[in-house]
Each structure stands twice: as structure tokens, then as C-alpha cells.
Design a protein around this ligand. Structure first.
Ligand SMILES: *Cc1c(COP(=O)(O)O)cnc(C)c1O
Length: 203
């Protein structure tokens, strides 16, 4: 599946892609997303939250998104579960994995991921869908394909252990081919679909 990452792009750019048939959009900042959702009210869009999620933003995420791909700790999962409104379908969640153990990056460590996934699976209001990763950027000594291979290994081991999931979210504009080669089921594409992002506060 193709997720169009629309962070920092306008609601009108989203509307234009929607007209071409794209239905799933990913956003990184809660307030920015809520403003666009208000502008685009009535369009059949599946909204994915893919940015770092602070606990003071979980209520808005639980109320306004179909998916949260960037959960990485119990506190966030517990809050999303408690705050998902009763009348809405379950919130689809992925566990974000810090596959390259980068200190500055969000995500659960690989060895903690299965326990966190089981925790999410057992919470009401949440539907555990899978794993998400943002690998270390490519350098002369690091091939993101290696990170994707390890992600796929973790995903397969968790399936073998009886944790039901159907989504392995990995791959961005720079490396989607490699991600798909290593078993991605959902690529998150911004630049290659919408062009360079207008300047903002980092990614
Ligand atoms: C911005 C972003 C993307 C898209 O990146 P591109 O390189 O523009 O395709 C994908 N995933 C996450 C989590 C992002 O923050």
C-alpha cells in the first residue's frame, strides 16, 4: 500500500492527490494535521499519524486519526486505548522500531518490540496492525537494505510467535525499492509524490 506523506504540504495539494485516487495520507504534526482535516472535511481520507507522539497529544491523535504508526512505549499505547472514542472503529496501531539503535531516534528497541506488541494487542480500542521503521540514512558504510532485512526478520519471528499482524511499514522516497524487496507492505512516500517540502521545523 502507498501512503502519501503530506507533512508541510497544503490541504489543497492533498485534495489534488485525492482527486487522482489517493486515499491514505500520513502526517507528522498533530496541530498541522487537524487544520488540514478541518479544511478537507467530507473527503474519504484514511489519516495516518507517523510523527513522534508526545503524551499530551494522544487524545487528539486518538480522536482524529485512523492509524497511529509511531507508538513506541506503553504509556502512549495505554493513553491511545483509553482515549479512543467509543463510537469509532478501533485505532490501527503499529509499533515503531528503532532498528538501528540510534540514540536520537524514537522507537522501541528490537528486543522490546514483541512484548510491546502483545501489550498493544490486548488493549481495548486498538487494533495492532504491525511494525514501522525509519532506518539509519544511507552512508558508505550503511546500507538501509540491511536495516530492512533485520526488520523483516523481526516481523517474521513475531508472526511465528503467534502475534498477528499484516503491516510492515518501511520505505521512503530514497529507498522504497529496497524496502519492498525486503518485505515492506506499506511505503511512506512524500518527496517522490508531492515534491520537496516547503521549509519548516525539521522532519
Ligand atoms: C517525512 C517522512 C516520510 C516521507 O519521506 P520522503 O523522503 O519525503 O518520502 C516517511 N516516513 C516518515 C516517518 C516521515 O517522517
Amino acid at each position: 500500500m502507498l501512503l502519501a506523506v503530506s507533512k508541510r504540504h497544503t490541504a489543497e495539494r492533498i485534495r489534488a492527490l485525492h482527486t487522482l485516487g489517493q486515499r491514505s495520507f500520513g502526517e507528522n504534526y498533530v496541530q498541522e494535521a487537524l487544520a488540514k482535516q478541518a479544511t478537507l472535511q467530507g473527503l474519504d481520507i484514511e489519516w495516518h499519524f507517523i510523527g513522534p507522539l508526545q503524551s499530551n497529544k494522544t487524545r487528539e491523535a486518538a480522536e482524529h486519526f485512523d492509524w497511529v504508526q509511531s507508538t513506541d512505549r506503553k504509556k502512549i499505547l495505554r493513553r491511545l486505548s483509553a482515549q479512543r472514542p467509543a463510537g469509532m472503529p478501533e485505532l490501527n496501531v503499529c509499533i515503531q522500531v528503532n532498528i538501528d539503535r540510534e540514540p536520537q531516534k524514537a522507537g522501541a528497541l528490537p528486543e522490546d518490540t514483541a512484548a510491546l506488541a502483545r501489550f498493544a494487542r490486548d488493549l481495548p480500542g486498538l487494533n495492532l496492525r504491525g511494525l514501522m521503521a525509519i532506518p539509519k540514512v544511507a552512508t558508505e558504510t550503511h546500507d538501509p537494505g540491511d536495516s530492512y532485512r533485520r526488520m523483516h526478520g523481526l516481523f517474521a519471528a513475531m508472526l511465528d510467535a503467534g502475534i498477528e499482524m499484516d503491516t510492515l511499514s518501511m520505505g521512503m522516497s530514497a529507498d522504497l525499492e529496497s524496502a519492498i524487496l525486503h518485505g515492506s507492505t506499506l511505503v511512506r512516500i512524500g518527496t517522490d509524490l508531492l515534491g520537496p517540502r516547503p521549509a519548516g521545523d525539521g522532519d
